[in-house]
Structures are given as structure tokens and as C-alpha cells.
Write a new protein. Structure first.
Ligand code: TXA
Ligand code: MG
Length: 330
């Protein structure tokens, strides 16, 4: 495994061509996007895509996101590009938005876990863009972590999660968004939000009108629009418990029952003697950028339980509530 430093603004073309060569040979490469690090492979090569599932230990029913440089490249992988896709791509691509559309026959079913649709995203990170253009291939890329773990926001998280399972990791420093992209399904009669992200439902609705929200918990398995949406994703090793600040009763209780290993992630004022404590920024963008690193650090420090103060209400925070609820699922 090689970790290679890359300038986040001006990626060295010789490093990009080294990575592109590996991708053309059907190998996997970890690379930064603006959301989280991705584990990429040639999306049109079923064996290469298979290597992603193997390295992640990802269940075969959970489809991957295919990354493209721009909307023109996306259009060659699908059979219909509805006006909503055009409007959303014009507003947010390249950026942290993934669109689910009916797939073209050229996209192998391994990448889509047998579904008739494909998830597409044009990432904004200059290294991701340079890699896509150097390779000249659509890249299937889930987050570069073992299945079920917290997504990586630095190259060293990728090393911790995947280590020698990846031949090349491009290190361009910490990612700027910090949580995964918003996923919207445009293949049905009405747009359906499958995974909230920093582009919120409200922001989407300003561009395309009403957007339904997938409520996985209410649906039978066969009716779930996104396989894998129920998985206990985004979870650290320690148990996660959410609490409503400023009520500190649950915190005192946890300190009594886990005297040696309570972690606390809070955003309001508060002092918590006897715990591993981190204060997260009180704005949604700053909180998103810091959350996964903070959860990983709690694991590294040996916390057996992490109490997380529930963030404020409001649409700018909805993706963070989603990730925290998933992390806290038993
Ligand atoms: O920000 C991101 O989206 C990152 C970076 C690397 O781009 N990628 C990422 O990929 O988070 P992953 O594989 O961890 O999450 C992909 C999500 C999963 O929830 C998957 O079920 C859903 O997208 N998905 C993929 N293809 C789909 C499809 N055809 N229909 C419905 N959901 C799909
Ligand atoms: Mg993931």
C-alpha cells in the first residue's frame, strides 16, 4: 500500500497518471472528494467493481455511486435525463449531490447491485476531477471504509480502515464537507430524497419543487427504495447515545456506568469532568466537517460509550440528525 501526498488545489499530473494506470488495470484507488474519501474503480469493469466490494466487505445488495466529471459524462450512462436532473445538475454539479436515474446497458449490474437505476455524482474536489479526467473512466466509488464504519475524512482514516487492501491512497488532506453527499432518486414519478446531505431537502425544493422523503423504517424490505438504507451505517465502535442538552442527567448516568470510558461530543457550554470531551462547532458546516473525525478519535481514546448532544433543529441540520440517529441505532 502506498500513500501519496497530492496538492489539493493543483494535483501533480504524474501522480494522476500513476493512479489512472492502476484504474485501467482494474485496480482500486482511494481518493479525496469534497465530502469523504472514496474507494474508486473502473465502473464499466465488473471485476474491478467486485474488488471494491471485497475490500470494503460490503454486502452485494448495496449499490455504489458512479462518479463522473460532469453532466455530459453522466448522460452517457443513463437512458433518461429528466428536467429535474438537468436543473439540479446545473445548480450543484460539480458538488455533493448524487442523482439516481435509469441506467444504460453499458453500466454493469455489479455496480448497481442488480438495480435498473444508477447513482451518479460529479464531485467538486480538484483531485477527484483530475483523476476522473486522467483516467477517462466513470469511477464507481463508495466511501473508503470497511462496511458499516464511519466514513473517512482524511487519508489516515482510510489507512486505518482499509490498510493493505488498497494499493494506492491519494492524500490531499482533510475533506471540506465532511459527510456524504445528498442522494435523490429521480427515476420515479416524484423526486425522492434517499439520503440527506449538506444540500438539504429545502434547498432541493427551491429548485425542483416538492421532494418526498424516503422513510426506510416505515417500509417493508422489498419496498425500500435504496437497499442498504437501513444498515447501521456511520457508526463508531463505541455505543452512541444521543442526549438533549443542556440536561446533563444522561451524561451523569453514563459517567456512573462507564467510569473509565465515556466520551462526550457537545456543542453548547458545559464541563464534564471524568470524560473524554470534545466540543463541536455550533454551525452546521463546521459540525459536519468535524463530526466523523471526532467520533473516530473517541474510539482511539478507548471510549466504550459516546454521548452526543443532539444538534439544533432546522433544515440545515437534518443530515447531521440522520447520521447521528444511524450511529445510535443498536
Ligand atoms: O459523498 C458521497 O456520496 C461518497 C463519496 C465517495 O462520493 N460516497 C458514498 O458512497 O457515500 P456510499 O457507497 O457509501 O453510499 C452510496 C449510497 C448508499 O446508501 C446506496 O444504497 C445508495 O447510495 N445508492 C447507490 N446506488 C443506488 C441506486 N441505484 N438506487 C438507490 N440508492 C442507491
Ligand atoms: Mg459508505
Amino acid at each position: 500500500m502506498a500513500v501519496v501526498q497530492v496538492s489539493p488545489e493543483r494535483p501533480d499530473p504524474s501522480i494522476m497518471s500513476r493512479a489512472a494506470t492502476l484504474l485501467h488495470r482494474g485496480q482500486i484507488v482511494a481518493f479525496p472528494t469534497e465530502t469523504v474519501y472514496g474507494l474508486g474503480a473502473d465502473a464499466l469493469d465488473p471485476e474491478a467493481v467486485e474488488r471494491i466490494y471485497e475490500a470494503k466487505g460490503r454486502p452485494a445488495y448495496n449499490p455504489l455511486i458512479v462518479h463522473v466529471p460532469d453532466a455530459a459524462a453522466a448522460q452517457s450512462l443513463i437512458t433518461s435525463w429528466p428536467p429535474a436532473a438537468d436543473a439540479l445538475a446545473k445548480r450543484w454539479w460539480p458538488g455533493p449531490l448524487t442523482l439516481v436515474l435509469p441506467k444504460a446497458a453499458t453500466v454493469p449490474s455489479t455496480a448497481t447491485a442488480g438495480l435498473a437505476t444508477v447513482a451518479l455524482r460529479a464531485p467538486a474536489h480538484p483531485v477527484a476531477q483530475a483523476l476522473l479526467r486522467a483516467a477517462g473512466l466513470p469511477l464507481a466509488a463508495p466511501s473508503a471504509n470497511r462496511s458499516g464504519e464511519v466514513s473517512p475524512t482524511t487519508a489516515s482514516h482510510v489507512v486505518q480502515s482499509l490498510g493493505d487492501r488498497v494499493p494506492l491512497i491519494l492524500d490531499a488532506g482533510p475533506t471540506s464537507v465532511g459527510i456524504e453527499s445528498t442522494v435523490v432518486d429521480l427515476s420515479g414519478a416524484r423526486p425522492l430524497l434517499l439520503r440527506p446531505g449538506m444540500i438539504s431537502r429545502e434547498m432541493l425544493e427551491e429548485v425542483i419543487g416538492p421532494v418526498d422523503v424516503a422513510r426506510a423504517l416505515d417500509l417493508a424490505e422489498s419496498a425500500r427504495p435504496s437497499p442498504g438504507m437501513l444498515d447501521r451505517h456511520y457508526a463508531p465502535k463505541a455505543r452512541v447515545i444521543l442526549f438533549d442538552g443542556p440536561d446533563e442527567a444522561p451524561v451523569q448516568e453514563a459517567l456512573r456506568t462507564h467510569p473509565a470510558g465515556t466520551g462526550i461530543l457537545h456543542w453548547r457550554d458545559g464541563t464534564f469532568p471524568g470524560a473524554f470531551v470534545e466540543r463541536l462547532p455550533a454551525d452546521p458546516a463546521g459540525y459536519a466537517r468535524s463530526l466523523y473525525e471526532a467520533l473516530r478519535r473517541m474510539d482511539d481514546r478507548g471510549a466504550s460509550v459516546i454521548l452526543v448532544e443532539r444538534p439544533p433543529a432546522g433544515s440545515a441540520w437534518e443530515a447531521l440528525h440522520d447520521r447521528l440517529q444511524r450511529a445510535a441505532r443498536p
